[in-house]
Design a protein around this ligand. Structure first.
Ligand code: PLP
Length: 372
């Protein structure tokens, strides 16, 4: 991997996240190609999936992206300050008290219910908006029959209609076809309005879902958009934790809270400055958390060409790894252990925690944010 890691002097931090901006550009290029004649936008909500929205948005803008999706108006205002010209869509739509932000910062609300639509059309002065239609997710959006009535009655046409797949990560799930059929019929009836349905997985696997605008997220950041296929994307985030101390554990002694790990022989362990307050899930503990009753081993770390195992419970700020099998004095306090990135795939790590790459990426920068 061509590494453009530029680690700033994040002095004192014991977790660092390297974000490979060139990998984000390449991933955008891949998704843009896959989008064919549709425009390729980007979901940059949740601080650019934890990768740092300022830098990520600029990288994407440099690669030609002009349509950004964020969750709420707060994120939208922040993004507007750094992206002056882009279209910024606010997925969660409007509240009475946020409506003034939309004109002031030139944000586009995604209206998700009849009441949001009413609020917007009564208050705003013909600014662009998008309308979300729920075709089977049962989260946000008008019901399909509501949408037909509503779109017929609107006093000015929205800039975009959109819908969202519930199971795009599994292209074989029949639910995709049902949702696509419902949305295609709607898009055909309102053919003058741009339509958008595809997240990352659909952008890559379902051409009929592209319409005029795709809006991938996770694939830009290197997560696998598919649940049962190899990951076609380049890894973006590498997370590392610093070793604070190395200590010996004697036979019969236990490690960490609850004493759930017990040494059978003399061991050497590395105590690292990462814990669940950093978004390093307690669920990857070596022992003694409910998930480990179903998944046997805790997460791995990687250092000096070797995999090392997390032992005992992950704590708020600290996690212990077994380094007994590494040659003496080859690892010392101050060294960095990879948590995931180059040697440990993000999605494998996520699976070890009983979750998905999305949750890991958006959680892991919790304490400091990305290092670049
Ligand atoms: C987050 C989000 C996306 C992007 O989804 P990925 O699976 O990350 O590609 C697209 N559309 C909506 C409505 C979203 O909330």
């Amino acid at each position: 991997m061509t590494s453009l890691f530029k680690v700033k002097n994040n002095i004192g931090q014991t977790v660092r996240l390297n974000i490979d901006q060139s990998a984000i550009s390449e991933n955008y290029e891949t998704l843009k190609k896959a989008s064919g004649s549709a425009t390729c936008g980007a979901a940059v909500k949740a601080n650019g999936y934890g990768c740092g929205v300022e830098t990520v948005a600029q990288t994407l803008a440099n690669a030609g992206c002009r349509q950004f999706f964020v969750a709420d108006a707060f994120e939208g205002v922040k993004l507007r300050n750094i992206q002056k010209d882009a279209d910024i869509f606010i997925l969660n739509g409007v509240f009475e008290e946020t409506i003034s932000l939309f004109a002031e910062h030139n944000l586009i609300p995604v209206l998700n219910s009849l009441s949001q639509i009413k609020l917007w059309y009564q208050t705003s002065t013909n600014q662009p908006c998008a309308i979300h239609i729920d075709t089977g997710m049962n989260r946000l959006g008008l019901r399909v029959n509501e949408a037909y009535n509503c779109l017929d009655d609107l006093t000015s046409v929205p800039k975009l209609i959109m819908s969202h797949f519930a199971s795009a990560d599994d292209p074989d799930d029949p639910k995709n076809a049902t949702q696509l059929e419902a949305f295609t019929a709607l898009a055909q009836k309102y053919a003058g309005i741009d339509a958008s349905m595809a997240n990352s997985a659909a952008t890559l696997s379902n051409q009929a879902s592209h319409f005029q605008l795709t809006r991938p997220g996770i694939a830009l950041y290197g997560g696998n958009p598919f649940s049962h296929r190899a990951n076609p994307m380049k890894s973006v985030m590498k997370a590392e934790a610093r070793i604070i101390d190395i200590r010996e554990v004697l036979p019969g002694e236990t490690v960490s809270y609850g004493g759930t790990f017990k040494a059978e022989e003399t061991m050497r362990i590395a105590v690292c400055g990462v814990g669940y307050a950093d978004g390093y899930p307690r669920n990857v503990s070596g022992q003694g958390v409910p998930l480990r009753q179903t998944l046997k081993n805790g997460a791995k770390g990687f250092i000096n060409g070797e995999m090392i195992s997390c032992i005992g419970r992950v704590t708020m700020d600290l996690t212990m790894f077994d380094i007994s099998h590494l040659p003496l004095n080859t690892v010392k306090p101050g060294d960095w252990i990879e948590l995931f990135g180059d040697q440990i795939a993000l999605d494998d790590f996520a699976a070890q925690s009983g979750t998905v790459s999305y949750e890991i990426l958006t959680g892991i920068g919790r304490r400091y944010g990305p290092s670049i």
